[in-house]
Design a protein around this ligand. Structure first.
Ligand code: ADP
Ligand code: MG
Length: 380
């Protein structure tokens, strides 16, 4: 923090009015169901993105990031429009753009960013950055925007300004996450419930394994998978895959073609896994919860078919060493996996997974650990 302020002073010749931070996230269970009005169960991680900000009289945004070059990017407030600006600056500027009508402000901003959430590792450094900016502006202008609405604004910045059609999970948990809890988010109405996930006193830890690979989907992309789920909803005459039980869905198998059935089967069972997982956590049954996480991986691998050899090796190795549960997270075909493990296993686990990757000829994975943490807040 003192370094951030000192650097801000060097760059802009003033002190920041306010410093805000927002965390990245991991999703415990509920993968590829946010766009199906499903349930997800992410938690906010300890790593945060911090933004120092000051209003300026000039109607200009001057912005820099400690994770990028020393260059200060300059954008005129009047020129803000979707898809303009340099690549990384679109994320923070997109939020200013999304909030511009609430600001009633003729000036500009000096902004310095310091992100501790690893970029592009599937931990949502993008949402952390957006939510830190949104939180800073909410406080700076005393807007009193509610947490779910602030998440929507940050998402709008990414959807419209950056042009990335992300769901609402990342921004919701980056803003509403709570220490010691996972966030049950209903993607239909954005209602939330904090679910106890206080793993540290239990001697547990969540290991994130970043495979550092990003393969292209070979047999049709995400849009086709999503379309299959939507087709199942239409053919079955239901409003959402959440509105049919697994038994009823299976009983109506003959009404769907094989591909539609198997992809939608993932959706139906994954939503149930989230609710079953919540019940297990409420009962304090982490063994059961781990098995649900692993079942999610098997479904993503075999039914939704979005895993890849690197993710499978990570998961299989973690499970063979006694992880309570493990699965790929995010879109798939690369990116990261998680493993719920005993904290005293962490070093062995990392070594074994790194060796398994080397033996398979994969590039070395990166590892992160994290505990559930608080959402976005003002630091000063
Ligand atoms: P993820 O959200 O999984 O980390 P994304 O590709 O969605 O991956 O977002 C990463 C992008 O967000 C980066 O390439 C960069 O453009 C932007 N970004 C995130 N954090 C920072 C930061 N600290 N400084 C500058 N840009 C950042
Ligand atoms: Mg992202």
């Amino acid at each position: 923090m003192p370094e951030l302020k000192a650097r801000f002073a060097e760059l802009f010749g003033s002190t920041p009015e306010l410093v805000a931070q927002a965390p990245g996230r991991v999703n415990l269970v509920g993968e590829h169901v946010d766009f199906l009005d499903g349930f997800v169960l992410p938690f906010a991680i300890e790593d945060v993105t911090t933004v120092a900000i000051a209003r300026t009289v000039q109607p200009t945004i001057r912005i820099a990031s400690l994770q990028q070059t020393d260059e200060i990017f300059v954008v005129q407030m009047k020129d803000l429009a979707p898809m303009t600006g340099e690549a990384w600056t679109r994320y923070p500027i997109g939020v200013i753009w999304a909030m511009r009508d609430s600001l009633d402000f003729r000036g500009g901003f000096d902004i310095l960013i310091d992100g501790k959430v690893p970029l592009g590792a599937g931990l949502s450094s993008s949402a952390a950055l957006e939510c830190a900016i949104a939180t800073a502006l909410n406080h700076l202008f005393n807007l009193n925007i509610s947490e779910p609405v602030l998440a929507r604004i940050a998402q709008k910045g990414e959807n419209v300004y950056v042009g990335m059609p992300c769901g609402i999970m990342d921004q919701s948990v980056s803003i509403m996450g709570r220490k010691g809890s996972a966030l049950l988010l209903d993607c239909r109405d954005l209602s939330t419930e904090h679910i106890p996930f206080n793993i540290s006193p239990l001697g547990l830890e969540l290991l994130v394994i970043d495979t550092q690979v990003h393969h292209a989907l070979v047999d049709g992309g995400y849009a086709e998978r999503r379309a299959s789920c939507e087709k199942a909803v239409a053919v079955l005459g239901i409003t959402s895959l959440r509105d049919i039980s697994v038994a009823d869905f299976v009983a109506r198998k003959s009404e769907l073609d094989e591909t539609t059935y198997i992809r939608a089967f993932h959706g139906v069972t994954e939503m149930k896994r989230v609710l079953d997982g919540v019940a297990a956590l409420k009962a304090g049954d982490y063994k059961e919860f781990g098995q649900i996480i692993t079942a999610s991986h098997i479904s993503l691998r075999d039914n939704y078919t979005v895993s890849c050899p690197e993710l499978n090796v990570a998961v299989d190795t973690a499970l063979s060493l006694g992880a309570l549960g493990s699965r790929m997270i995010g879109g798939g075909y690369g990116g990261s996996a998680i493993a719920l493990i005993r904290a005293d296993q962490t070093e062995n686990m990392k070594k074994a997974i790194a060796s398994a990757f080397a033996a398979a000829g994969f590039i070395s994975p990166r590892f992160f650990t994290s505990l559930p943490s608080d959402g976005a807040q003002i630091v000063k």
